[in-house]
Design a protein. Sequence first.
Length: 195
Amino acid sequence: MAPRRVKSSLYISVDIEADGPIPGPYSMLSIGAAVAGTQDADGFVAADPEARTFYRELKPISDDFVPEALAVSGLDRERLGTEGYDPALAMTQFSRWVREVSEGAQPVMCGYPASYDWTFLYWYLIRFAGSSPFGHSGCLDMKTLYATKARLPLRAVAKGTMPRELLSRRRHTHHALDDAIEQAELFANLMAWPG
């Protein structure tokens, strides 16, 4: 019997900035995404992380925010209230972009750590776009990937403890697109790293 051909995966590094710990009571204020590469039965091929990107700043969905969380990104909630994209429009545009860049492949969101970004991303996609182009589980956590390859407990992992050659040379700026591109480079390095 011939082996079943596996559909390739297109990895998209996603970073979000938010003004609190959970979506709903708090708001996603920006989203950045960069295509990191593709993987099929023959292996992983890295992409130029600056070649295919997406970025939007969003209107807040509530009046609640945590000042310390807001300070991380430096985004201005008042400005976003007038200039930010409506979340339904932003999530619809993002879904369309994901489908376009992943045509013929299955899109997989990757993040570092993915848990925070995925929580906001998936909630916003379901709430404002009605569906997720990643499905309910198309998410890969780079922190877990590194811990597995390095044979370390997950709680022992931090970017500062990783081998320098794995890290991007770009700064982590807390601008969602900058950080998505930086993390796309980390992801490509992790995929190539034997451990």
